[in-house]
Design a protein around this ligand. Structure first.
Ligand code: SF4
Length: 438
């Protein structure tokens, strides 16, 4: 049996569906009930970008000039003030991430100002162990941008490559010569950024196994510590830019499998360790080491070698996870701004996990992060019989065991090497209705 794995990104926010209208109350309660002194991670959503990639499924705000971001940056500061009022003391923030859109769309002054405001409101760590990361669209950044980001305190980068095959780049309206990425990779290395990640997408229009194989060869030659293979999900009814992609140009099932086969061969040969859900890391990278040592975790951005902590998301469509509560901000810029102009938290939807959901979340985390699920340990941790509480999920896993993706040894389920490449299908067993959060 062969599977087209999806990227499983919605499991980062299990359960995937949140309750409408409960966002502000859920977030306020979660923030005020947080344990004093517990660490905090901050994720800032910067939705601006100049050009529309046709595969885009982000909440982007098309913009030409960085000055257009000013009103948004003012609202972000208001959001920080509102959140800060609800927070007890906490240690300096060790984990900061800026995502997009294209965060480097901001001018250097705007980036500096935003960083200072975050520091003033939340207190950012200056410790060497801090993990301050940013997503970079190589078309929006140059060596001066990287030097500025390093001077501010960022120490980890994720560069969006997507595809290097020019036919694919034309089909997705994202022309990005390889040299743009290469020069940034070289400079990032020189400046001492660590765990550099290069993002690729599988399943794009005009993509072929041969073309993607060449792209991967070029990316591997840049020697990034991490590579992410995201899966393109064609949902034109949901994401307007995708309406410009013709379904006939997408790789069919056989081509898709062949592309993944090329990827697997090349990544294996180059020594990249499959972490799961499209993430790969060199054996000496902190993600691969954390997997080996059984301390890998996930946060709202993906895998992390750091212990999970409460995360506050700032900005349009940003997600927060405080304890067992998940909330998401308004996805429309108008709604986001209107809430803040009325001095309200912009959280639009939220959910606090109940006991059965916490059990399933922990089962998902165990399979995703440790590649094994010990039902006895899970039962003990939750004070209930995990196998009985998840009979439906275990039944759904049976054919996947028969297909060789999972092995069962008594009360312990272990993901096989083939299963790591189909991890999202295994996780589907626990949340069969899962789909991107709505
Ligand atoms: S993928 Fe990124 S750069 Fe492209 S349109 Fe979407 S937000 Fe903008």
């Amino acid at each position: 049996m062969q599977f087209h794995d999806h990227d499983g990104s919605h499991y980062l926010t299990y359960p995937p569906r949140l309750d409408a209208g409960s966002g502000p109350v859920a977030l306020t309660r979660a923030l005020t009930e947080r344990s004093a002194g517990a660490p905090l991670a901050i994720h800032v959503q910067l939705p601006f970008c100049r050009q529309a990639c046709r595969f885009c499924s982000s909440q982007r705000v098309p913009s030409r000039d960085s000055r257009q971001a000013e009103p948004y940056l003012t609202r972000l500061d208001r959001e920080m003030v509102l959140i800060n009022r609800l927070l007890d003391d906490h240690p300096a923030v060790q984990h900061l991430h800026w995502g997009g859109g294209a965060p480097a769309f901001l001018s250097l002054d705007q980036m500096g100002d935003l960083f200072d405001r975050l520091d003033a409101r939340f207190g950012l760590s200056g410790a060497r162990e801090r993990d301050f990361s940013i997503e970079i669209d190589p078309r929006e950044a140059d060596v001066f941008t990287l030097r500025h980001l390093q001077a501010l305190g960022f120490n980890r980068l994720s560069l969006g490559v997507q595809e290097l095959d020019l036919r694919v780049q034309k089909a997705i309206n994202r022309i990005q010569p390889r040299v743009l990425t290469e020069s940034l990779v070289d400079e990032a290395e020189r400046l001492g950024f660590h765990s550099l990640n290069l993002d690729l997408i599988v399943g794009l229009p005009m993509q072929t196994p041969e073309g993607f194989g060449e792209t991967l060869d070029q990316v591997i030659a840049m020697a990034p510590a991490r590579i992410t293979l995201q899966r393109y999900a064609h949902l034109p009814e949901r994401y307007r830019p995708q309406r410009e992609i013709h379904a006939r140009d997408l790789p069919d099932a056989a081509a898709h499998l062949a592309i993944l086969g090329e990827a697997r061969d090349r990544l294996d040969d180059a020594g990249y360790v499959p972490i799961g859900l499209g993430q790969f890391a060199r054996a000496d990278d902190s993600l691969a080491l954390a997997l080996k040592e059984g301390r890998l975790a996930r946060n709202l951005l993906g895998y992390t070698p750091y212990p999970p902590s409460d995360q506050i998301g700032l900005g349009v469509a940003a997600i927060s996870r405080i304890g067992d509560t998940i909330t998401r901000n308004a996805v429309s810029l108008t709604d986001y701004e209107a809430a803040l102009d009325a001095s309200r938290l912009p959280a639009a939807v939220g959910h606090r996990l109940d006991a059965p959901e916490r059990l399933r979340r922990d089962a998902i985390e165990a399979l995703a992060c440790r590649h094994e699920l010990d039902l006895t340990a899970l039962s003990k941790a939750h004070g209930r019989d995990a196998a009985e509480a998840m009979t439906d999920a275990l039944q759904r896993l049976t054919p996947l065991c028969q297909a060789g993706l999972l092995e069962r040894h008594g009360e312990c389920l272990r993901v096989t090497p083939d299963g790591v490449w189909s991890l999202a299908h295994l996780l589907d067993a626990f949340a069969p209705q899962a789909s991107p959060m709505s």
